[in-house]
Ligand binder design. Structure first.
Ligand SMILES: Cc1cc2nc3c(=O)[nH]c(=O)nc-3n(C[C@H](O)[C@H](O)[C@H](O)COP(=O)(O)OP(=O)(O)OC[C@H]3O[C@@H](n4cnc5c(N)ncnc54)[C@H](O)[C@@H]3O)c2cc1C
Length: 251
């Protein structure tokens, strides 16, 4: 399904975190006719890979596969979990949030470029403390001022470029973005394999993690537990405690 465009609003506005699954590894069969998806179930692929270790293909069944995948997750049999890669589109997160996200090294990223995209109508994220302290109006006024600063610089840089006062290879948005705040929303697509995802949950679903990145992984956990048992132990702990502060793999 095509993504709706344009996503940017005609004026700057507040945005909230929204995570969507847009892709996932599935088991396939290939023959002379081409490639067919064998089963729309990523755990079937994980179980098939895992059964290679034990040569237990005769035990394959939906229920046994579910149990095997949950077991491999809980004991930390992570090389098997690397075979499945979900792809998520994340909108409504701040640039401050994405900067933390991209520190995770075993994940693919595609992020909206501030060099090529016009940020004149940026969305922004308002931190909860700003609202709790009654500073929302002040915050919105600051965002509007940042927008004005950006538009003014953009316009002046464009004139300088058109009049040949700066070198031709300069890109206007690339340098005007230096006055955009950390609060600016930044769209990003990520593809962490299941092993890395378990690691990310353990790091980011704790009380030490920043509230946005915690919310992002809370939404991702809700999504992946709908179709995989690889996170059953993490999900049970999180449902009981509301964080993974003392969570440990069983292995
Ligand atoms: C609560 C919190 C506070 C933070 N505060 C700061 C901060 O103030 N400043 C700051 O700069 N960063 C901060 N970070 C980011 C942190 O330092 C890491 O960059 C981030 O957690 C991602 O790295 P990672 O080790 O968790 O794992 P990933 O990059 O996701 O990698 C997963 C695992 O793979 C292994 N691995 C990956 N690469 C290597 C390697 N080169 N060598 C050996 N093993 C490797 C490690 O076991 C690692 O844990 C913070 C993170 C958290 C969770």
């Amino acid at each position: 399904m095509r993504q709706e465009r344009p996503y940017k609003s005609p004026g700057i506005k507040e945005m909230t975190m929204e995570v969507k699954l847009i892709g996932i590894s599935l088991p396939v069969e290939m023959d002379n006719e081409g490639i067919n998806v064998r089963d729309y179930n990523s755990d079937a692929l994980l179980a098939e890979a895992g059964r290679t270790c034990y040569q237990s293909f005769d035990k394959a069944s939906p229920e046994n596969d579910r149990r095997l995948v949950a077991h491999m997750g809980a004991i930390g049999h992570y090389s098997v979990l690397e075979h499945v890669v979900p792809v998520f589109r994340i909108r409504g997160g701040s640039r401050a949030f994405t900067h933390q996200l991209v520190r995770h090294r075993h994940t693919g990223y595609s992020q909206e470029s501030q060099r090529y995209c016009d940020e004149g109508n940026f969305g922004y994220i308002i931190p909860p403390s700003i609202k709790e302290a009654g500073l929302e109006k002040k915050f919105v006024a600051i965002m509007e001022q940042c927008q004005q600063n950006y538009l003014e610089l953009q316009k002046k840089l464009k004139s300088a470029l058109d009049e040949g006062r700066i070198p031709k290879h300069r890109k206007v948005n690339e340098d005007a973005r230096f006055v955009i705040p950390n609060a600016v929303q930044s769209e990003i697509v990520i593809s962490p394999n299941f092993a890395e995802l378990r690691h990310m949950f353990k790091k980011r679903l704790t009380t030490h993690a920043q509230w946005e990145i915690h919310e992002c992984f809370r939404q991702i956990l809700l999504i992946v537990t709908q179709f995989s048992s690889a996170f059953d132990d993490i999900n049970s702990w999180y449902e009981e405690h509301g964080n993974l502060n003392d969570f440990r793999d069983k292995g």
